[in-house]
Design a protein around this ligand. Structure first.
Ligand code: MG
Length: 353
């Protein structure tokens, strides 16, 4: 039986207010961890001094004067059938399901699984530089065989420990480290909450005699094609402009000028990947894209899912986070006359720097 203890009794002194009830989109920071472990575990124990009601599966334990005491209060409430327990900071809302599942499977084999990340910056201890290759930054959830971590806490005489792996290591000599995820950050300061940015993009290309239109990275059979310097994929162009706008960059007309001969006839999917590299270098992550294609013909609706699949693969997003809808202009204007196809896109990005 899998259990989770979520420690949420801290004082948020460096954040300025209770960081666990601060909003991250439409939900509190704490609710992300509670929801994740409610999905993965048979029981969840929330250590808090606040009122909370997350349903039957989530039991409440009182917070102690130190983190050590809080965890101990959580361990005391574990079901007797518990075999593995994840101990997690309530202030880490970005833990992925994949990481938690990987840690559970390592802990089942090794008795413990401790996620860590590398240190990228130069680090000093007082005035001495440290060899960063030897440094690990530990994260949670840290997962243990329940019986072992309960015994380790019972035998531990140092109740100042702020990390469960230290308590386990004191008793058993070593722990199993597992590479964690940089995105699994702990929220300590107000700046740690990502800054969200939206971007908007619009594009139109004219239709000419041809054998199919490129839209969303696929070819839709038609007796015309879109005309442009590249493959004229108006949908991808509008998405690129939305992404560039969200991260404060200039538009694709500036970044990929039609005077650049190397871009002649280029597949717009290649350009989209270049835009993603620009975002990546700026620490800007795409969370979702929503687009509309405006066309009289060909019929777009039968091809929407294929475009969404293609785009979500390139953007590394779930299918549901990339949507494309289609409309006409009721016969009005250049689109209504069948002279061209237009596309509009909105993008939501998280900009961490
Ligand atoms: Mg264009």
């Amino acid at each position: 039986m899998k259990s989770a203890i979520i420690v949420a009794a801290g004082k948020s002194a460096r954040f300025g207010e209770d960081k666990l009830t601060a909003l991250l989109f439409d939900k509190t920071v704490l609710s992300y961890s509670v929801n994740l472990f409610s999905q993965l575990c048979d029981e969840v124990i929330l250590v808090t001094n606040e009122e909370a009601d997350y349903g039957k599966k989530v039991k409440l334990a009182k917070g102690g004067a130190t983190r050590f005491e809080s965890v101990k209060n959580g361990l005391a409430l574990l079901d007797k059938e518990s075999t593995l327990v994840a101990i997690h900071d309530g202030a880490r809302p970005f833990t992925s399901k994949a990481l938690a599942e990987k840690l559970f499977s390592v802990a089942e084999k090794d008795g413990s699984a401790i996620p860590y990340t590398y240190v990228a910056d130069t680090a000093y201890y007082d005035d001495k530089p440290l060899l960063r290759e030897h440094l690990k930054l530990l994260q949670t959830p840290q997962i243990f065989e329940t019986e072992k971590i309960v015994a380790a806490y019972e035998n531990c005489r140092d109740n100042t420990s702020s990390d469960d792996s230290q308590v386990y290591r004191l008793q058993y000599g070593k722990v199993s480290f597992v590479l964690g995820e940089k995105s699994n950050a702990k929220i300590t300061f107000r700046d740690d909450l990502p800054k969200y940015r939206i971007g908007y993009g619009f594009d139109v290309h004219s239709l000419t005699e041809g054998d199919g239109v490129r839209l969303g990275g696929i070819t839709i059979p038609f007796n015309k094609k879109l005309l442009g310097h590249s493959d004229a994929d108006a949908l991808i162009h509008s998405i690129m402009d939305a992404l560039l706008s969200a991260c404060g960059e200039k538009d694709i007309g500036v970044i990929f000028p039609n005077s650049d001969e190397s871009l002649k006839g280029i597949d717009s999917r290649v350009l989209l990947k270049r835009v993603l590299d620009i975002l990546d270098k700026k620490g800007c992550e795409v969370l979702g894209v929503s687009s509309v294609i405006i066309a009289e013909a060909p019929k777009i609706a039968p091809h929407v899912d294929a475009m969404r699949k293609e785009l979500s693969d390139i953007l590394s997003l779930p299918f549901d986070c990339v949507n494309v809808s289609a409309t006409t202009t009721e016969g009005l204007g250049i689109v209504g006359d069948g002279k061209g196809i237009a596309a509009q896109s909105m993008a939501l990005c998280a900009y961490k720097d």
